[in-house]
Ligand binder design. Structure first.
Ligand SMILES: Nc1ncnc2c1ncn2[C@@H]1O[C@H](COP(=O)(O)OP(=O)(O)OP(=O)(O)O)[C@@H](O)[C@H]1O
Ligand SMILES: [Mg+2]
Length: 322
C-alpha cells in the first residue's frame, strides 16, 4: 500500500492545541505534536487517562477547536472544512437531548438539522432507530429513557446522514455491562457496513474487543500507536499438556517462565524463544506429543499501564534534568 495522503481517512501532522488562560499567564498543553494516520474501514480506539487530550483532539478533527499549530485532513479535506461534516457522524462526550421530545421526533429534528433530504428523512430515522434497536420505543419520550438508551439515541443521531466516518467520544462510559454490550454490538454492526470508527474510551476490554488499531495519548502526547494485534503480541508460547509424567518436571523447570497445574493438565509458559524448541523436544520424548500450544498475548490493560507509567517516569526525569 502506498503511503500517500489519500490512503487515510484521518491524517494529522504536528497537531497541537495549547490553551491559554489568564491572559497567557497559564498554559495547558492539551495536545502536542500529534501525528495520526487512520486507514479506511478501521475501528480506531483512542485511549488515554483523564485530561490526556482526547476530546480536544476530537474537537480539532471536527473543526470545533482551532489548532495552535500543525494540522491535517479528515476525509481528504483540511481540518475545519465545513463541507466535510456531511460525511461525519459525531457523538459528543456529554450529549444533550430535548428530553420532552419523543425518540422519533428528536431524530426527525436532527435529520432536518443534518440537511437530510426531506423525502428521505422518514426512512433514515426509521433505519437509525432499527440500527440502535430502539424502533419499538420510537414513540416514547426521551425523558423516560435510561442512560444506555439515550446513548443509543445519540448514536442514532450520528448515523442519520449515513456518514462515512463516525467519531464517538466515550460511547460506553457510564453504562452497565449489558448497556456496553449493546453499544459494542451496534459498533460491530457498523464496522461490517464498512464505516470507519474513531472512538475514545477508558474501557480497555471493550477496546480490545472492537478495535483494529489503537493510539494511547498521555498528557497531550501520543505515546503508543499501531495495529492492536502488534501491540498485544508477546514473545512466548503457552503449552497445555494432559497427563504429563512428573519425571519431566525437573528438566522443564529451569526452562519455563511459569507452570501451573489444573486438574490433570499442566500449563507451561515459555517466554524465552531459545527454550521453546527444547521444551517441545522434552515433551515429545516424554510421550506428550499431543501438547497444545498457543502464542502468548498481552492484555491491553497491561500495555496501557506500562506505557503510561514509563512515559510519566521518562517525563519526570526530563523535568528534573531540564
Ligand atoms: N476550553 C478549555 N480551556 C482550557 N483548558 C482546557 C479546555 N478544554 C480542555 N482543557 C484542558 O486540556 C486538557 C485535555 O482535556 P481533554 O478534555 O481534551 O481531555 P480528555 O482526554 O478528553 O479527558 P477525559 O478522559 O477526562 O474526557 C486538560 O488539561 C483540560 O483541563
Ligand atoms: Mg474527554
Amino acid at each position: 500500500m502506498t503511503d500517500s495522503i489519500s490512503d487515510y481517512i484521518i491524517e494529522t501532522q504536528d497537531l497541537t492545541k495549547i490553551y491559554n488562560r489568564w491572559f497567557g499567564l497559564r498554559m495547558t498543553e492539551a495536545v502536542m505534536g500529534l501525528d495520526l494516520k487512520i486507514q479506511p474501514n478501521c475501528t480506531f480506539g483512542f485511549l488515554g487517562p483523564n485530561g490526556a487530550g482526547k476530546t480536544t483532539t476530537i474537537k480539532m478533527l471536527l473543526g470545533l477547536v482551532r489548532p495552535t499549530r500543525g494540522g491535517g485532513c479528515v476525509l481528504h479535506r483540511p481540518l475545519g472544512d465545513q463541507d466535510v461534516r456531511k460525511y461525519i457522524g459525531f457523538l459528543p462526550e456529554e450529549p444533550a437531548f430535548g428530553r420532552h421530545l419523543k425518540a422519533r421526533e428528536f431524530l426527525t429534528l436532527c435529520a432536518k438539522l443534518s440537511h437530510v433530504e426531506p423525502n428521505e428523512q422518514r426512512q433514515r430515522v426509521e433505519k437509525a432507530l432499527q440500527t440502535v434497536r430502539l424502533d419499538h420505543r420510537a414513540g416514547s419520550r426521551l425523558a423516560e429513557f435510561s442512560r444506555g438508551m439515550l446513548q443509543r439515541i445519540g448514536i442514532a443521531q450520528a448515523l442519520l446522514h449515513d456518514p462515512t466516518l463516525l467519531i464517538l467520544d466515550e460511547p460506553m462510559t457510564g453504562l452497565d455491562p449489558p448497556g456496553r454490550r449493546e453499544i459494542k454490538e451496534i459498533m460491530l454492526d457498523l464496522r461490517q457496513r464498512e464505516k470507519t470508527i474513531f472512538f475514545s474510551s477508558h474501557i480497555l476490554s471493550d477496546v480490545e474487543e472492537l478495535c483494529d488499531s489503537v493510539g494511547i495519548l498521555n498528557r497531550g502526547r501520543l505515546v503508543l500507536a499501531g495495529p492492536l494485534a502488534d501491540l498485544l503480541a508477546a514473545s512466548g508460547v503457552e503449552y497445555t499438556v494432559t497427563n504429563m509424567p512428573a519425571t519431566l518436571l525437573p528438566s522443564l523447570e529451569p526452562l519455563v517462565a511459569g507452570m501451573q497445574k489444573k486438574h490433570n493438565q499442566w500449563i507451561l509458559q515459555v517466554t524465552d524463544e531459545a527454550h521453546q524448541e527444547t521444551v517441545r523436544e522434552i515433551l515429545k520424548r516424554g510421550g506428550c506429543s499431543d501438547a497444545e500450544s498457543r502464542r502468548l498475548r498481552k492484555n491491553l490493560d497491561d500495555v496501557f499501564m506500562e506505557t503510561i507509567e514509563a512515559d510519566n517516569e521518562r517525563r519526570g526525569k526530563e523535568t528534573q534534568h531540564g
